[in-house]
Design a protein around this ligand. Structure first.
Ligand SMILES: Cc1cc2nc3c(=O)[nH]c(=O)nc-3n(C[C@H](O)[C@H](O)[C@H](O)COP(=O)(O)OP(=O)(O)OC[C@H]3O[C@@H](n4cnc5c(N)ncnc54)[C@H](O)[C@@H]3O)c2cc1C
Ligand SMILES: *[C@@H]1O[C@H](CO)[C@@H](O)[C@H](O)[C@H]1NC(C)=O
Ligand SMILES: *[C@@H]1O[C@H](CO)[C@@H](O)[C@H](O)[C@H]1NC(C)=O
Ligand SMILES: *[C@@H]1O[C@H](CO)[C@@H](O)[C@H](O)[C@H]1NC(C)=O
Ligand SMILES: *[C@@H]1O[C@H](CO)[C@@H](O)[C@H](O)[C@H]1NC(C)=O
Ligand SMILES: *[C@@H]1O[C@H](CO)[C@@H](O)[C@H](O)[C@H]1NC(C)=O
Ligand SMILES: *[C@@H]1O[C@H](CO)[C@@H](O)[C@H](O)[C@H]1NC(C)=O
Length: 536
């Protein structure tokens, strides 16, 4: 689907020759030489690369950088900035950038939607270039074969929208926030409200196009099953630049049902959350019930904790009510709490768009609420006692909990049936739910990590152990030694590696060692090459 100019092979051989004979680890900054290299090797492309290159002197540099910077924690004047941002339009542009940055000692950061919680797609401590894939967002839907090719720079909102234009009965299992980039999301797994029925986004990938460290354009067959395995959940940025994914679309009913039922502590939230833990991962896989815990103002002008039970049922209300009466009567769900709608409307509803919002809002790549945040994650295998839950609530009254929340996300269903090694994402059988801890601020000066770290430490006895699991798409630089200058040993990296990937970390490192032995594609938490020497 993406044409590749044949001249390129010749160009690449020429460039690669200079690559092997140049100092890959040079620390000097060669911005001018890098640009010279780009212009030299891309003059044959259909569209000139020069219009797509933004250096610090370009008036659009800041707006391009900020556009997909989704965490304002990394938009301050002290945040290290890229020397150059490039928004390629053709595969050959990306091939050229990969080769030229190796030639001139620059690191690259690959950015699709920019939602990385730790800003790793647009921040680096060493001189770097951003490949921003905003122009790679073609989506081709094949209704008959229930599949689609989607380019990495598309957002999941764009994907959902395009699918819904073709069919009311097709959907895709991915995340909730429409501005998330397909590139990073699928690379790290990607889950959403239909994960119990259809699995992760990465479980539904059937082919992919990647450009590797040598600038080669590879599809599934050409990259081989090992690399194809690694890119489906092993985290973005370790193996190459993913250009596009071929995905399986899933069948959704014409009518789905949504409810949002808030319960405060005064309304028995503790008992309800306790019971929910026994229900949510066991109930019919057509049913998703998530819980959002946060501080709210209560009627008496003081604050309390609220558990918002949020649900999507793949079916009509007539089936939902009896199911809830049988499995979770304590919630007291009534018809009036429920709204029937199409699947695409449920995407809008569950993300919080007002009723009647036009579906085109899914095409808007600007997040409505950009702020400063820090996120951590956990997995729960044994229900937490009421006492254990009650120990959480006081923390929500502390200063640090203003605008903070905990999101409890049920697993089970098909997630219990997929083997831990099927793809790199290992958190399957036996996980009742996942927790996302999220702390938010509006001013950098107010930002303090104590609260979220204290909560995380309080939760330790209640969550998965040896390793304490974490989700790579909820990147957390607290959970192990990070790769600062690019050369962390396998042993150091395995501290966070086994939390994200359990036993799959070893295989990921083996794939990495084979496809990128010199560790060109790297960031603070990229998969290490075993070939890499320390101390460089
Ligand atoms: C508001 C918000 C809501 C979220 N909701 C959910 C949710 O419901 N479910 C869920 O699973 N996750 C969710 N996430 C997490 C999200 O899935 C991850 O942050 C994901 O990695 C973002 O992908 P991106 O392309 O937007 O990010 P980016 O920051 O562009 O990329 C993330 C990482 O992947 C690398 N990368 C990006 N594109 C490519 C590519 N084409 N080739 C190779 N490497 C690449 C980057 O270098 C970076 O390391 C949410 C995040 C935010 C900020
Ligand atoms: C580049 O030009 C060739 C020949 O005109 C064409 O076949 C190809 O589709 C073009 N590629 C892009 C990305 O526009
Ligand atoms: C659907 O897939 C089959 C088998 O892979 C293929 O032969 C057929 O051409 C595809 N149909 C379309 C419309 O692409
Ligand atoms: C809370 O639960 C108790 C029984 O466990 C019940 O008597 C009471 O009515 C409930 N309160 C609310 C507000 O639902
Ligand atoms: C509620 O709290 C605010 C600020 O804390 C205070 O100004 C206000 O008087 C209070 N109202 C009542 C009814 O107590
Ligand atoms: C996109 O969303 C942002 C944030 O909500 C808003 O400011 C902007 O006007 C929207 N753009 C369009 C074209 O609707
Ligand atoms: C999981 O496997 C069990 C046993 O094989 C089967 O009964 C169940 O339907 C499967 N669930 C899903 C969601 O595939």
């Amino acid at each position: 689907m993406i044409p590749l100019s044949s001249y390129l092979t010749i160009v690449l051989i020429a460039v690669l020759f200079s690559y092997t004979s140049s100092a890959v680890y040079s620390t000097s900054i060669h911005e001018d030489n890098f640009l010279q290299c780009l212009y030299t090797y891309s003059h044959n492309s259909n569209s000139s690369i020069s219009k797509l290159v933004y250096t610090k002197t370009n008036s659009a540099y800041s707006s391009i950088l900020q556009f997909s910077t989704q965490n304002l924690r990394f938009a301050t004047h002290t945040t290290p900035k890229p020397l150059v941002i490039i928004t390629p339009q053709e595969v050959s542009h990306i091939q050229t950038i990969i080769i030229c940055s190796q030639n001139h000692g620059l690191q690259i950061r690959i950015r699709s939607g920019g939602h990385d919680f730790e800003g790793r797609s647009y921040v680096s401590k060493v001189p770097f270039v951003i490949i921003d894939l905003t122009n790679f967002r073609e989506i081709i839907i094949d209704v008959e074969n229930r599949s689609a090719w989607v380019q990495s720079g598309a957002t999941i909102g764009e994907l959902y929208y395009k699918i819904s234009r073709k069919s009311r009965n097709l959907g895709f299992p991915a995340g909730a926030c429409p501005t998330i980039g397909v590139g990073g999301h699928i690379s790290g797994g990607g889950y959403g409200t239909v994960v119990r029925k259809f699995g992760l986004a990465a479980d539904n990938v059937i082919d992919a196009h990647i450009i590797d460290v040598k600038g080669r354009f590879l599809d599934r067959e050409a990259m081989g099953e090992d690399l194809f395995w690694a890119i489906r959940g092993g985290g973005g940025a370790s193996f190459g630049v993913i250009i596009s994914w071929k995905i399986k679309l899933v069948q959704v009913p014409s009518i789905v049902t949504v409810f949002n039922v808030p319960k405060t502590l005064e309304q028995n939230a503790t008992k309800l959350v306790h019971k929910w833990q026994h229900v949510a991962s066991k109930i019919d896989e057509n049913m998703y019930i998530g819980v959002i815990l946060q501080r709210v103002n209560s009627k008496s002008n003081s604050t309390t904790v609220q558990a918002l039970f949020q649900s999507l049922f793949l079916g009509g209300v007539d089936k939902l009510i009896p199911l809830m009466q049988e499995k979770f009567p304590e919630l007291g769900l009534v018809r009036e709490d429920c709204i029937e709608m199409s699947w695409i409307e449920s995407v809008l509803n569950l993300y919080g768009f007002p009723k009647g919002e036009s579906h085109e809002v899914l095409l808007n790549r600007t997040q409505a609420t950009k702020d400063i945040f820090k996120v951590k994650s956990d997995f729960v295998k044994v229900p937490i006692s009421e006492n254990g839950l009650e120990g959480i609530w006081p923390m929500f009254h502390e200063d640090g909990a203003k605008d903070a929340f905990m999101y409890l996300f049920p697993y089970g269903g098909i997630m219990d049936n997929i083997s831990e090694s099927e793809i790199p994402f290992p958190h399957r059988y036996g996980n009742l739910y996942q927790i996302q801890y999220s702390a938010h601020w509006h001013e950098v000066e107010k930002m303090k990590f104590n609260w979220i770290r204290k909560l995380y430490s309080y939760m330790e006895p209640f969550v998965s152990k040896s390793p304490r699991g974490a989700y790579i798409n909820y990147r957390d630089l607290d959970i192990g030694v990070n790769n600062i200058n690019g050369y962390t040993s396998y042993k150091q990296a395995s501290v966070w590696g086994v939390k994200y990937f359990k036993n799959n970390f070893k295989r990921l490192a083996n794939v990495k060692t084979r496809v990128d032995p010199l560790n060109f594609f790297r960031n603070e938490q990229s998969i290490p090459s075993r070939f890499t020497k320390r101390g460089k």
